[in-house]
Design a protein around this ligand. Structure first.
Ligand code: HEM
Length: 225
């Protein structure tokens, strides 16, 4: 039995693999941050900053480390899958580029005046694009600095790029802080626009009716750009 071409190629705004990877990432990040805070408490960088026991993961620093490595494997493998998927399917090219400076400034102005519209889920505004690309870069840097902290001898050349061990710790800590700041903004926006949250759970609207012969984009796609 053959399905109509449009139905066969129908795509959700957030295809299933993307949603699975997004939520897997959210769980992995939660584990990594909570356990990272436990490890940090054992040898603080800033004397005044200790994370309360109620927000850390792991009863002792050693358990914190074990949780951290457990989360790390999920985060890294899932992250590689997500980046490969985004590049291979053209999702990044389509959703995150091009970034217009004019739109960035206008959206930032709107956001600061609490006038951020989010009616069209199919289009990421320039601020979102920069935040998503930025958090991906920070995600890569936190893994690289984490590798240098974990195996400073085996990855000594990498470790040397940062300078000394304390500098690597600081870079790793600052990346964590950037991710926490991203999550605060990201989750607030998701809660302010509940339909974006629903779409990340259910897949959202069908946005792609397939490519008719001749290669032109289907009208549905054009309408959403
Ligand atoms: C409980 C926590 C989280 C919630 C509720 C949440 C919610 C969402 C929602 C609703 C979207 C769709 C945005 C839209 O349509 O405007 C989204 C996309 C995205 N989120 Fe999250 N998110 C969470 C955690 C995270 C974390 C921890 C990260 C990374 C560190 C992250 C990175 C992203 C990225 C990169 C996208 C764009 C995905 C794409 O379109 O390829 N999210 N998130």
């Amino acid at each position: 039995m053959s399905m109509p071409a449009a139905a066969r190629n129908a795509r959700r705004l957030h295809p299933l693999p993307l949603r699975i990877m997004h939520w897997t990432n959210a769980v992995a990040i939660f584990i990594m941050i909570g356990s990272g805070w436990k490890i940090y408490n054992d040898d603080v960088i800033f004397g005044i900053l200790h994370f309360p026991d109620s927000v850390v993961i792991g009863k002792w620093a050693q358990y914190g480390l074990q949780w951290h490595f457990f989360g790390m494997w999920i985060f890294v493998l899932n992250g590689i899958a997500y980046l490969s998927y985004g590049i291979a399917t053209g999702r990044f090219r389509q959703k995150l580029f091009p970034i217009s400076v004019g739109e960035f400034l206008a959206t930032l102005g709107d956001a600061l005046r609490f006038r951020l519209g989010h009616d069209d889920l199919t289009h990421y505004n320039a601020v979102q694009k920069i935040l998503y690309l930025g958090v991906m870069l920070v995600g890569i840097l936190i893994v690289i600095s984490g590798l240098a902290l974990w195996k400073p001898v085996q990855f000594s050349e990498l470790a040397n790029l940062f300078g000394n061990f304390q500098t690597i710790r600081l870079v790793h800590f600052l990346c964590m802080s950037a991710i926490v700041a991203f999550i605060a903004v990201h989750v607030t926006l998701a809660l302010l626009v509940p339909k974006s949250l629903v779409a990340m759970l259910t897949g959202g609207p069908v946005v792609d009716g397939g490519q008719p012969a001749g290669g032109a984009a289907a009208p549905e796609i054009e309408a959403t750009r």
